[in-house]
Design a protein around this ligand. Structure first.
Ligand SMILES: [Fe+2]
Ligand SMILES: [Fe+2]
Length: 216
């Protein structure tokens, strides 16, 4: 008796769970957008490094004053958190730090130490100036990122979690920088002598450092 042939039934057709048109449309970043993101991360890392060094150089002097030491520690801890965030993002995306990283280290330490030597009000005026510039700087980045995101959404592209997370991280850090600014003003930054010269010079220096770090 001949064995009966083996019949293999074709697999039952499973209904496709997603239609082709439901798959999220993704858009690649343009070169200009990639350059913007690399430069943004690089300059942010340098800025946060500078902030940690300014605060740590000021802390030995400010810590003698119990009125300012606890908030200074809190602000330093936040700056350290910001620096860790950008260090991790640079490592993840293989972006090089600013070539002038050692120069920023020296200048930030000098600025922190110098203003601390001038007194508590001068140290607070330094914070006021630096945080004003850094707050504007983060606002500019947030604005550019929102332009990219709204253009993609308008064209029906999926923005993805990475850009959205970057945007929310920038907003959180910007808000913390503005808290530092408020703290400095509440702690007599405006009483520094001469306030206009000190804050004006530091703000020009910050703008120059930001401009250079975005490029080098
Ligand atoms: Fe910061
Ligand atoms: Fe800050």
């Amino acid at each position: 008796m001949r064995p009966s042939p083996i019949h293999i039934s074709p697999p039952a057709r499973q209904p496709c769970r997603f239609k082709q048109q439901d798959a999220p449309k993704r858009k690649a970043l343009t070169k200009e957008q990639r350059d913007f993101l690399s430069s943004a991360l690089r300059v942010n890392q340098s800025g946060e490094l500078a902030a940690t060094l300014i605060y740590s150089a000021q802390t030995p002097c400010s810590s003698r004053n119990t009125r300012t030491s606890d908030p200074m520690k809190h602000m330093y801890d936040q700056e350290e958190g910001h620096l860790k965030t950008f260090n991790a993002m640079l490592a993840k995306h293989r972006i090089r730090p600013s070539a002038l990283y050692p120069l920023w280290q020296v200048m930030a330490t000098g600025l922190g130490w110098g203003t601390a030597m001038m007194g508590r009000e001068a140290a607070m005026a330094c914070t006021e100036a630096v945080e004003t510039e850094i707050g504007d700087h983060y606002n500019n980045q947030i604005r550019t990122l929102l332009e990219i995101i709204s253009e993609w959404e308008r064209d029906g592209y999926d923005v993805g979690d990475e850009l959205k997370t970057f945007l929310s991280t920038l907003r959180r850090i910007r808000d913390e920088e503005l808290e530092h600014l408020d703290h400095a003003v509440e702690h007599d930054a405006k009483k520094a002598e001469p306030h206009w010269l000190l804050t004006g010079a530091i703000r020009i220096g910050c703008r120059g450092a930001i401009w250079v770090s975005e490029r080098v």
